[in-house]
Design a protein around this ligand. Structure first.
Ligand code: VGL
Ligand code: ZN
Length: 218
């Protein structure tokens, strides 16, 4: 396969941060395995634009189980009328666990979107926050940023496959982008969700590709 530039493309690397890596409070399964594929993709420099997201919560964030008395991590509650999983404390603003992972070369990024900064709203997707008290999902501005640059194809890697990568892919598709998830550049919080994640992605017209074959053709 050739390593030609992909015109009208953007790579979005979601939440590659120590708190989601093995040993972190919200570790994804075998998350260290994504580092090599991500490094390879970046070294090939095939994308027109590069975006990273960084989960970046204030202390006492609404998504933390510790903010809800009587709740424990991974409980699900109704928040503003929508399901919300309660997570262990993670990605506290300014901590080492919230930094962008040191093994990745972030110099190539054009934009870094910090999300989850509103104390009362969670934010999984690079494109929109989760539901707020007014029943809206506020935009991050990323869709506009990409459209202004004539981006048509969005490739997504990072963490977690079953949470922020999934939501980012769904919102990218809903915003009209041709959407590709680079499967081996992602890792899930819960490996048991993989079958469902694949099904959901494919049903919504999102393509699953691999770092050594971004075209997804055999
Ligand atoms: C994430 C749970 C909570 C993620 C972020 O990056 O997938 N998951 N915050
Ligand atoms: Zn978070």
């Amino acid at each position: 396969m050739t390593n030609s530039i992909l015109p009208h493309s953007a790579l979005i690397l979601v939440d590659i941060q120590p708190d989601f890596m093995p040993g972190g409070p919200l570790a994804c399964e075998q998350a260290d395995a994504i580092v090599a594929p991500v490094q390879t993709i970046l070294a090939q420099d095939r994308f027109a634009h590069y975006v990273a997201t960084q989960d970046w919560h204030p202390g006492g964030h609404i998504s933390f189980a510790s903010s809800h008395s009587g709740s424990k991590p991974f409980d699900s509650i109704a928040l503003y009328g929508h399901p919300q999983v309660l997570w262990p404390d993670h990605c506290l603003q300014g901590t080492n666990g919230a930094a962008l992972h040191e093994a990745i070369d972030w110099n190539r990024m054009n934009v870094i979107v910090r999300k989850g900064t509103d104390p009362v709203v969670d934010s999984y997707s690079a494109f929109c926050e989760n539901y707020n008290p007014a029943g809206e999902r506020p935009l991050t501005g990323l869709a506009g940023w990409l459209r202004d640059r004539q981006v048509r194809d969005v490739y997504i890697g990072g963490l977690a496959r079953d949470v922020c990568v999934l939501w980012t892919a769904q919102d990218a598709r809903a915003a009209g982008f041709n959407t590709f998830v680079i499967w081996d550049a992602t890792a899930p919080v819960t490996v048991q969700t993989d079958t469902n994640t694949r099904k959901t992605l494919l049903e919504q017209g999102i393509r699953i590709v691999y770092s050594d074959n971004l075209a997804g053709t055999p």
